[in-house]
Design a protein around this ligand. Structure first.
Ligand SMILES: Cc1cc2nc3c(=O)[nH]c(=O)nc-3n(C[C@H](O)[C@H](O)[C@H](O)COP(=O)(O)OP(=O)(O)OC[C@H]3O[C@@H](n4cnc5c(N)ncnc54)[C@H](O)[C@@H]3O)c2cc1C
Length: 512
């Protein structure tokens, strides 16, 4: 029985009031509770969805045959459009909801976004047409009780607001335009059956009827709820998460449409539940008079904190006026939300499973985006060119085993190493003073402010070089020795060794 707004009237009154004013409030509530199912899935026995050929039902009829079948119609559409357009591959994309409809919008720099034109997917003009707002500068600031926080300004970082649905809609139209390629709505992934020379994907339509399609490779782009990622990673597909909620709204009294607020904390850690959490806001100008605000926190996947999006949305609507003041014309146009995945690789290289024979994972299903900036869209854009070229080569050479496919990945050692820094952002009341994250980040901002712009841009655009990171870390430790004891408390021997392994893997990697 799906959750209804009436049922949350007493438990989540602020959320109830805000969503009741939306035409599609009930639908969003259902999508949010669907995402919150994640918490009951992790670390539990996994549903087997990758099955041997013998388990294919005897009466299964193949309804279509493709080079690539994409389960998930968000970032998958970008990849599929290149595979169809640039490489002439026959693709099918399906989604259990409407494809090309994201529950979020994206920020990125124009320079990064232009990668989409180098793949041949879009022209530069098309890329520019999805940028609905560019702002002049952005800043980061962490709360200090006496108001002495450093506000760190930076340019060309996350300074373009992208209309996600417009971008994905363009990619969808491109896929549909190629002969033999399809994008299908309201089809749910049920499982797949592996044969030596192909894979059969079982899909359920909105009437509950099973359909079977044959492909050379299944591309899993089902996001954080991917049952394939759950199975391949034995029920622990992420080590950390960033639950994020927010709105695209209009009518704030104090929104600055020329400036992005990239990371802003306005209070000490909230210690009302579990180990506590440091809540962080973001605010970005969007199209016309619209303004996007997000509330999120970094956490371990299995911490005792309430990490439900439902609970976080209640906190968001309750505390929003402390961050941005809704005026008398304030109106929520669309809620935005998701559980952003993060993975800490305990080794010199990637340790998370992202492929199997005839199966490859991209996007949040692969969880290789930055665990610090959480720019999963940015990761896909940065890596799209090689993720498509390499998969095309693998198809041509018929190198479709796990060993070959797992080499086609968005793993970047510099990005992966950021998981160690992300651990400092996960508040823990057992070891941290309520302002631990704020104080530490304030020192990082002071250090970055003393260094050339390039350092802060690299850090917030996931482009840090190892020598730059070490330089920043040493300067922070010099200014703020408390970070050394915190390293011991937060990372321990195991974690500190893991950090060194990550750094060594990064130093030895061909791309530094
Ligand atoms: C609020 C928020 C703001 C963000 N802002 C930014 C940003 O500014 N910049 C940036 O770079 N990144 C940002 N991110 C991260 C970025 O949105 C994600 O990395 C990206 O959306 C991941 O895309 P995906 O296609 O891998 O997964 P998803 O977007 O989760 O899409 C998965 C798709 O798979 C479908 N699906 C799931 N299960 C099934 C099934 N069983 N059968 C069929 N289909 C299924 C879903 O319906 C969905 O359409 C943000 C994330 C959030 C939550």
């Amino acid at each position: 029985m799906p959750l209804s707004l009436d049922q949350i009237k007493l438990t989540h009154p602020h959320l109830h009031r805000a969503f009741s004013l939306l035409d599609d409030g009930e639908q969003h509530l259902q999508r949010i509770s669907e995402l919150d199912r994640y918490w009951s899935l992790v670390k539990h026995p996994v549903r087997e969805v990758i099955l041997p050929a013998e388990r294919l039902p005897a009466d299964a009829r193949i309804s279509g045959e493709y080079d690539l079948i994409y389960a998930g119609g968000t970032l998958g559409l970008l990849h599929a459009a290149v595979m169809a357009g640039t490489y002439g591959r026959k693709v099918m994309v399906f989604d259990r909801r409407l494809p090309a409809k994201s529950t979020r919008d994206w920020n990125i720099s124009r320079q990064e976004l232009l990668n989409l034109s180098t793949t041949g997917l879009f022209t530069e003009q098309e890329v520019d047409s999805v940028i609905v707002r560019s702002y002049k500068t952005g800043w980061v600031g962490f709360y200090k009780p006496d108001g002495s926080q450093k506000r760190l300004y930076m340019e060309n970082v996350l300074d373009c607001a992208v209309d996600a649905n417009r971008l994905l809609g363009m990619a969808e139209a491109k896929v549909q335009a190629f002969p033999g390629c399809r994008v299908v709505a309201e089809r749910s992934f049920i499982g797949c059956y592996r044969f030596d020379d192909h894979i059969v994907v079982e899909v359920e339509d909105n009437q509950g009827k099973s359909l079977f399609y044959r492909a050379k490779v299944l591309v899993d782009v089902m996001g954080i709820l991917s049952p394939v990622a759950m199975q391949l990673n034995e029920g622990m597909p992420q080590t950390h998460v960033c639950p994020t909620v927010g709105t695209i709204a209009s009518g704030f009294e104090n929104a600055d449409f020329d400036t992005g607020e990239i990371l802003v904390s306005t209070a000490p850690a909230d210690t009302t539940s579990g180990t506590g959490r440091q809540l962080i806001w973001e605010g970005f100008p969007a199209e016309a008079r619209q303004y996007i605000t997000y509330l999120f926190f970094y956490d371990e996947v299995d911490s005792p904190n309430d990490k439900s999006l439902l609970g976080l949305f209640e906190t968001y609507f309750r505390t929003l006026p402390e961050y941005k003041k809704p005026g008398k014309d304030f109106a929520v146009l669309r809620p935005v939300y998701g559980i952003i995945p993060a993975y800490y690789h305990d080794g010199f290289n990637r340790t998370r499973e992202i492929a199997d024979d005839r199966i490859i994972l991209f996007g949040d299903a692969a969880s290789l985006g930055s665990p610090l900036t959480f720019c999963g869209f940015g990761s896909m854009v940065r890596n799209l060119s090689h993720l498509t070229a390499d998969l095309d080569r693998a198809l041509s050479d018929n190198n479709l085993s796990k060993r070959h496919l797992e080499k086609i990945s968005a793993y970047e050692p510099n990005v992966a190493s950021m998981a160690n820094l992300m651990k400092y952002m996960c508040f823990n009341s057992a070891t941290d003073e309520p302002n631990f994250v704020n104080d530490m980040m304030n020192e990082v901002m002071i250090v970055l402010d003393e260094l050339p712009q390039h350092y802060r841009q690299a850090m917030f655009r996931d482009e840090m070089k190892i020598e730059e990171l070490i330089h920043v870390m040493l300067r922070v430790a010099w200014r703020y020795p408390r970070v050394l004891t915190a390293t011991w408390e937060k990372l321990g021997i195991q974690g500190s060794l893991g950090f060194l392994k990550n750094l060594a893997g990064w130093a030895w990697s061909p791309v530094r």
